[in-house]
Structures are given as C-alpha cells and as structure tokens.
Design a protein around this ligand. Structure first.
Ligand code: GLA
Length: 383
C-alpha cells in the first residue's frame, strides 16, 4: 500500500471517529497452489499469501465497547460490549470480529474496547480467504492496540477457533496460518498436524494467475462440513485420528468394506497429501512439468472423487491447461463449490492465457471472469 492510499484510509477513519487511528493493521488473503481439503485431515497444504488483503484501522477505548464500521458494506456499523458477545444474525460480517475477540479473551489475553474501521480488497466469496484475512487483521490490530505479543501460530489458531466455534464453519488451519505467516515470493508447505512449515520460492519466470469463475458459491458451509464429516468417518473406520495416517494401500485393502462415496472422498485426501509433498519438491527444483501434472491430477481428484468443483471451474482449468500444456499448471483452489482457479503461468505466456480465458469462458458460459495476476506476499505476523 502506498502513502497515498494509506492517507486515504486514515482520512476515512477520521471522518468516522473524528480522530486519527492509533493503529493500522493489515493481513493478506491467500491462494492455495495444491493440497485442498487436506488441512482438516491433518495433512499438507502449499498456499501463498497474496497481494489482496484486509485493513483494520483502530483506536483503543477506555470502556468495553467495540464499534466497527465496514467500508465494504456501505459503512454499515455495529456496536457491542465485550462483556456480552453474542452471534449477530443481522450483520454476518461482524461475527468475524466478535468471534476473534471472544477467542482472544478465552485464550486469556487482556483486551479492552476499541473503535475499528475495516476495508478490504480480497474478492469475497471467491475462495481467496477474505474471512481469514479479516480475522488475522483483527488479531493484529488488537495486538498493536493492547501491546501483547502473539505468535503467528497462535494468531492463526484464534482465527480458526473463531470460525469453528463462533461463525459456524468447520474449516482447517490453512487460511489463517498463511495469512499470518506468508512470505514474499514464496509458497509455504504446511504440515497441518505438526504446524511445522517450510517455504519454497515461486520461480521468477512464473506468474500466479487467479481466475474467478464468478459463480456464486452455494451451500458452501454445509457441503464443506459434510465433506469433513465423511473424512472423519473413514479415519474412524481405520481407528485413526485423521486420514493423514491412512495410506493408499490401506484404502485399497478396505475398499469392499467402505461405501463407494466415502472411499472416493478418502482417496482424494490421501492422494492429495502425496501430491502436495511432491509439488513442494517440484517447486524447489523448478520442475514445472511435474507441477503441471500434479495440479492436473489434483483438479481431477477434486472433481471426480471429492466432488467440490463446478462445471465452470472445470471449464476454466480445461481452457488454461490447453494453452499451458506442460509449461504451467491449473486447478481449482480453496474449498470449491464455485470460486477460483489458480494457474502457474510462465510470464511469457500470461498474455495468451489471459486472452484464451477472456474469449472462451464467456463464449461458453455467458459469464465474464475476473483475472488477477498475483504475487506471493508477507503475512501479518511474519518475522
Ligand atoms: C477452505 C477452508 C480451509 C481448507 C480449504 C480447502 O478454504 O477454510 O481450511 O479446508 O477450504 O482446502
């Protein structure tokens, strides 16, 4: 963000609260290169934080009141007391703030009231983690306001708990973790059980292209939670804590005893874990051919076995793969059921890939896609 934009945000805060904000916090959204629906199975993911995010400007108060204004919702505002936090049915976005503050207090962190002003540019409902970036930006703002030290890991857990226990989505840890601890120019291989992580550089000659199918994501939370339950059911069948501990050979052996749908769900997760680990190595080795294949396999698995893609996502992947061949990769990214496709595109092919999507996608669907060329960025708590 340049000085001009920052001044503009501060002016808006001033207009709302008649004083300067003491704190300006920011956290990025994310794109996942590979490893979807693996995080809540204690598996591996390979996301990057992106150059879209959420700003929270804030001032402390002397009482326990929280006031929040959301620029992106026509300056809609909410006000609540830290002593009596409850779910707000009328103003859904406010639950991300309330949930995070509730979890900070449960974690024993001392906070007080605050005046907040929020705005973001992560496309909402597109599967690029606008909500995680909001949650992490709120944690960051409060850590600056009330001077507490909090690790990126704990910040991520607070965000996830807010989502799981307050907002009602049973998501894994990936989105909050990468928003907190992303690194510029790099993707992160995160072990979602150990919460250990390492980074791999995105090659300089490759661009991260995100294409929003602009199909509204429907039934996302309910379908997501069903997938999660199905995975847990199969883990239980094997007497394991999570599918991470199950191998493809285990699955094959048990195939006759598992419902076909459950078998396919688990097959996706177990094979996706293996692909994610291989993709990390391929990225480190600048082995784009292998990456290309792994991304294609990942998409096919999410389409056929996990059944979270849409015809529009499938079409986008088809269009991009036809252009890129082995020189790049494309797959749906995030939770699915609409949303975005991510592609790793040689910089020299960005124009032709863009043109193909811009002509073929509307021709076949009547929908105009949005294309974002992204860079991998630093997280809100990255040292
Ligand atoms: C959503 C969730 C994540 C993860 C992805 C699928 O983004 O918030 O925790 O499960 O879906 O990989």
């Amino acid at each position: 963000m340049n000085m001009y934009e920052l001044t503009f945000l501060k002016q808006e805060f001033y207009q709302a609260y008649s004083c300067e904000p003491q704190v300006v916090a920011y956290a990025p959204g994310r794109v996942n290169l590979i490893g979807d629906h693996t995080d809540y199975n204690d598996g591996w993911v390979l996301p990057a934080a992106v150059n879209f995010g959420t700003h929270v400007l804030a001032n402390p108060r002397n009482d326990r009141q929280i006031r929040v204004i959301a620029k992106d919702y026509n300056d809609e505002s909410v006000c609540f007391d830290l002593a009596s936090i409850s779910f707000n049915q009328q103003v859904p976005w406010s639950n991300y703030v309330a949930g995070v503050l509730n979890e900070l207090m449960i974690a024993g962190i001392e906070i007080n009231g605050a005046d907040l002003w929020v705005c973001g540019n992560v496309p909402q409902g597109a599967g690029l983690s606008s909500s995680a970036s909001f949650e992490i930006a709120v944690v960051k703002a409060f850590s600056l306001l009330f001077n507490f030290d909090i690790s990126g890991e704990l910040a991520a857990k607070i965000g996830q708990r807010a989502e799981n226990r307050f907002v009602g989505c049973n998501c894994g840890i990936m989105d909050q973790f990468i928003s907190a601890l992303g690194r510029q120019g790099q993707a992160m291989l995160l072990d979602c059980r150990e919460l250990s992580y390492q980074y791999a550089s995105i090659p300089n000659d490759m661009a991260i292209m995100i294409v929003n199918s602009n199909v509204k994501r429907e039934l996302v939370d309910s379908e997501y939670n069903i997938r999660r339950q199905q995975c847990e059911q199969v883990a239980k069948f094997f007497n394991k804590k999570a599918l991470r501990e199950v191998s493809l050979a285990d699955l094959e052996q048990a195939q006759a005893d598992l419902e076909p749908q459950l078998f396919r769900r688990a097959w996706h997760v177990v094979s996706e874990n293996a692909r994610t680990l291989r993709a990390y190595t391929a990225l480190n080795n600048h082995d784009i051919h292998t990456l290309s294949q792994l991304m294609a396999d990942s998409h096919a698995s999410l389409r056929n076995d996990f059944e979270v893609t849409t015809p529009e996502l499938d079409l986008l992947v088809e269009i991009l793969s036809a252009v890129l061949g082995e020189n790049g990769g494309a797959r749906m990214t995030g939770g699915g059921f609409g949303g975005c496709v991510v592609a790793l595109v040689p910089t020299s092919m960005v124009d032709v890939a863009t043109a193909a999507v811009e002509t073929q996608y509307p021709e076949k669907t009547g929908i105009t896609p949005d294309i974002y060329l992204c860079t991998a960025e630093t997280g809100a708590f990255t040292a």
